[in-house]
Design a protein around this ligand. Structure first.
Ligand code: X8Z
Ligand code: ZN
Length: 562
């Protein structure tokens, strides 16, 4: 990837490195009790394992039922189960902190107790614990219900554009700068301001919970799950190693945008306005590939038409994904998977269409939910989601607290590593979807450019979202919006296309902020996916350029992945 991009390098923009403050924490500061009786600790953990698995099953069934049939009744059932689980988490936390886990000789018991006492917000009083969960759920609801008006039309009848698919499609497909500014501004003006007060209270409560657990603030608690005292420094180092490549891509893209939109919109030596990159958050630039590809006339890499010609169905797409994993010697999907998954968008009820992979925590039931359409993007998604199921199956025998990614970025890193193999032209040729004679320098370079627009362009955004959150948790809620735009300029080199003020809360235009979902895991996943892919390709005995590696049918790669 690097080589192809070097030829486009025009490093004109200087984005200085902002050294984040790095905090370390010693276990001694964390909350702990006095009971050092190992037998009692093991007994508690056995009970916890059992009850937590059952609780997870019940909550996930209720969530699944709602996600695949969005009725008021199913929503009530889901909320009830979630409240039940929150109570269980609080009770378990109280039991766990009675132990002096730092003094236990059994490393597994020690680590399990440490995981239990350091996560969550159960240290808050019952009242505040309920309050923060309510706040988050209200912020999510507000975000999910945002609807915006179309360009040049404020008639309330038409002000019903939703994020997915309306707003996202407009940002990706409109090439009219005035329309793009309108959509961008509407979205940012309607998400942040209504949430701001709630968000400030949430910051206060999250910090209180973290401090009662022995952390300096909620950001430190978020980072602690990586079990790496040097986490902050490592992040800085990884970004240092990526930023030159990012600047080269940025400079190439700015030049192409200048040609397309002219100097009224793009300055030759300045930042790029955030609305022209095909995405509300300027995080995935591949949607404007039509403006950016170095060889626009080369054969398209999209095999969707060929899939239709060959009569693919949603079922055959998942069967093809399964065959990919079994070709590596990995597990087939269990019968429950084929029985209970939702592969198609039903037309008799409302469902949540975001593709997802589910582990029902009983070692039997695993499902995918995807409103599958017969096209290449959905074929890739099917493989991606099935990688998550494969990971669930691999750790099914582990204790409950270990049935998760090795760190919060690992699941996504694994799934994306597989995608690097199955979406390249070599693999598409091997499965009969791409004609080899069109595998030319031009198509390969276009392929690398699309990868760069998805992956390299994403890196600074994935990096900065939680830098912002850490800063708010650490320094407080004043000047939140200018802090957001400082980071966006420094790392991404983008500026808002309209005037922003402190009454705005533009970070909240990204769902993960109001929904209290960590984001640095996506940055970690981005780094890991290439490391995992490279290791799998080495195991498969691949020689030559890495982007041409396909691990299909390699038992060696399969063993390593397993
Ligand atoms: O949030 C998501 C998924 C849910 S885990 C839809 N992603 C990040 C994003 O949308 O910003 C997937 C890629 C990164
Ligand atoms: Zn995923």
């Amino acid at each position: 990837m690097k080589n192809a991009l070097h030829s486009f390098a025009r490093v004109l923009v200087v984005i200085s490195l902002w050294e984040i403050e790095v905090l370390c924490i010693s276990d001694a500061r964390l909350i702990q009790g006095t009971n050092a009786n190992l037998g009692e600790a093991l007994q508690f953990l056995r009970e916890y394992d059992n009850e937590a698995s059952q609780m997870c099953f019940r909550v996930n069934i209720a969530r699944w039922n709602y996600a695949t049939n969005m009725t008021d009744h199913n929503k009530r059932r889901m909320v009830e189960e979630q409240m039940h689980k929150e109570k269980f988490d609080k009770v378990s936390w109280k039991k766990a902190i009675a132990f002096d886990w730092t003094a236990l000789s059994d490393p597994m018991a020690k680590r399990h107790l440490k995981l239990l006492v350091t996560k969550g917000r159960a240290s808050l009083s019952d009242e505040k614990y309920n309050e923060i969960y309510h706040l988050i759920s209200e912020m999510k609801d507000t975000y999910n219900h945002v609807r915006i008006c179309p360009f040049n039309n404020y008639d309330p009848k038409f002000c019903n554009l939703e994020l997915d698919p309306d707003v996202e499609t407009l940002m990706a497909h409109s090439r009219n700068p005035a329309e793009l500014i309108h959509i961008w501004t509407e979205w940012h003006d309607k998400t942040g301001p209504p949430l701001k007060n709630k968000f400030m209270r949430y910051v206060q409560l999250a910090n209180q919970a973290a401090r009662m657990n022995g952390f300096s603030d909620a950001g430190e608690q978020m980072r602690y799950v990586y079990e790496d005292d040097d986490f902050g420094h490592e992040l800085v180092e990884t970004w240092k190693s990526l930023q030159d490549l990012y600047k080269q891509l940025f400079t190439y893209v700015r030049k192409k945008l200048l040609i397309r939109y002219g100097s009224e919109y793009i300055r030759t030596d300045g930042p790029i306005p955030a609305h022209l990159l095909g995405d509300l958050w300027a995080q995935d630039w591949s949607k404007i590939a039509d403006i950016l590809l170095p060889y626009p006339a080369a054969k398209s890499l999209d095999v969707s038409e060929e899939m239709l010609k060959q009569g693919f169905t949603s079922l055959s797409m998942f069967q093809m994904a399964e065959e990919f994993y079994t070709s590596l010697g990995l597990k087939s999907m269990p019968p429950e998977f084929w029985r209970h998954s939702m592969f198609d968008k039903p037309n008799d009820r409302k469902v949540q269409c975001t593709a997802s992979a589910w582990d029902f925590c009983n070692g039997i039931d695993y499902r995918i939910k995807q409103c599958t359409e017969v096209n290449m993007e959905h074929l890739i998604t099917a493989h991606h989601e099935m990688a998550h199921i494969q990971y669930y199956l691999q750790y099914a025998e582990q204790p409950f607290l270990y049935r998760d990614g090795a760190n919060p970025g690992f699941h996504e890193g694994i799934a994306n590593a597989v995608i690097l193999s199955i979406s390249n032209p070599i693999h598409l040729h091997r499965i009969g979807l791409f004609n080899n004679s069109t595998n030319t320098f031009e198509t390969n370079t276009n392929f690398l450019m699309i990868m760069a627009l998805k992956k390299v362009a994403y890196a600074p955004f994935a990096y900065l979202v939680d830098q912002w959150r850490y800063r708010i948790f650490r320094d407080g809620v004043q000047n939140m919006n200018s802090a957001w735009w400082d980071l966006r300029l420094r790392y991404q080199g983008v500026v808002p296309p309209a005037k922003r003020k402190e009454q705005h809360l533009d970070a909240a235009a990204k769902k993960h902020i109001p929904a209290d979902i960590p984001y640095i895991n996506y940055y970690i996943a981005l780094l890991l996916e290439f490391q995992i892919y490279e290791a799998l390709c080495n195991a498969a005995g691949h020689t030559g350029q890495l982007h041409n590696c396909d691990i299909y049918r390699s038992r060696e790669a399969g063993r390593l992945l397993g």
